[in-house]
Write a protein that binds this ligand. Structure first.
Ligand code: SF4
Length: 345
């Protein structure tokens, strides 16, 4: 198995059959070897520095009904909130004072957050924080809307493709949403000039090794600047409430594969990894991740942005926990980087 990891490190590419063998037959030893190779590549690209992004969850209203998501519109038990522009600017101010130089505005597809309002918000942040990167994670929009937000000052956009197999996509989403449209959105974002992030849930209901191979091949071709992945975690008020969570080990193997495939990509140790285990974030960094996204949202709304059960948002997950985060990083010889941390080819 190690020969495929060595080959991937050398050539940044494997055949479908080689990926299949790796994903199907890996064991603890193979995983440790892949993680070590990926960590070496990450260290050679970024040193022992981990970029931080300040996450602001601006609204948990959503027009969509994705079957796995706790804030889907069909969940009457979700307690809804929407931050005002003033509250969002306050989060930015606090984040800036703490040293953050990237703000990530994330939210459901909230009909009340019109393109005009979002454009104004982005322009205000851009004017007040000219030295910061603005990342949006606000779902599917028209080409024109993405372009307006880019011109208003947004630099990066996160839109996970979730699964590249369109039949599998249809198992996870209602019929109004399609895998084809999702991928078109991603291509539009890249064409406009965004640093674009994508990725998938690992272990989502119905996912097979073939689906994951399709995801790997898509990401190999698409070359996103950012790759975000976490294990699937069920939410108690969704149709997938009883589905088992995804495997942390498989997530860590895929993370390392992506690091070896795209040495310069920005890859977060995600909140979902941190949620499934206290050491999830550290394991992510040791597997090749180089980004963490602490939460800058007001503490009163954090618990309401519950995409899946028991989402981590306190402790080292919170912005005030930067000291705690640095203490965790100290144990593995890493440091927080307060740089803006753009993708550099
Ligand atoms: S996954 Fe995103 S688009 Fe789907 S219901 Fe949840 S917030 Fe809305």
């Amino acid at each position: 198995m190690k020969q495929w990891i060595d080959k991937l490190r050398k050539e940044q590419h494997l055949s479908k059959e080689e990926y299949r063998e790796l994903l199907t037959f890996f064991d603890k030893e193979t995983l440790a070897y892949a993680n070590k190779q990926a960590q070496e590549v990450s260290l050679s690209q970024f040193g022992n520095r981990i970029y931080i992004r300040g996450l602001i969850e601006i609204s948990n209203y959503c027009r969509n009904n994705c079957y796995y998501c706790g804030i889907r519109k069909g969940n009457p038990l979700a307690v809804r909130y929407r931050l005002s522009s003033e509250e969002i600017m306050e989060c930015c101010a606090q984040g800036y004072a703490l040293g953050f130089r990237t703000f990530v505005l994330q939210g459901g597809e909230d009909p009340a957050m019109t393109d005009e309002k979002t454009e104004q918000l982005v322009a205000t942040i851009r004017k007040n924080y000219p030295d910061c990167a603005i990342t949006l994670s606000l779902g599917e929009k028209s080409y024109e809307a993405y372009e307006r937000l880019f011109k208003a000052g947004a630099n990066r956009y996160l839109l996970r493709h979730e699964t590249y197999d369109f039949a599998h996509y249809a198992q996870l989403h209602p019929k109004e949403l399609s895998g084809e449209h999702r991928i078109q959105c991603l291509r539009n974002l890249k064409a406009i000039g965004y640093q674009t992030g994508t990725g998938m849930m690992v272990g989502s209901p119905g996912q097979t090794i073939d689906h994951l191979i399709a995801d790997l091949c898509f990401i190999e071709e698409f070359r996103p600047e950012m790759i975000g992945m976490g294990p699937f975690i069920p939410h108690h008020d969704t149709p997938f409430a009883d589905s088992p969570a995804g495997s942390v080990d498989l997530t860590l193997l895929l993370l390392s594969i992506f690091r070896l495939m795209h040495p310069k990509a920005l890859i977060p140790a995600t909140t979902a990894l941190a949620t499934l285990g206290n050491d999830g974030r550290i394991r992510g960094i040791l597997a090749g991740a180089n980004v963490v996204m602490p939460n800058l949202s007001p503490s009163t709304t954090r618990q309401k942005y519950e995409l899946y059960n028991n989402k981590a948002s306190l402790g080292a997950e919170a912005a005030e926990g930067l000291v705690l985060l640095q203490q965790q990083l100290d144990t593995i010889g890493y440091q927080i980087s307060f740089d803006r941390g753009d993708f550099i080819d």
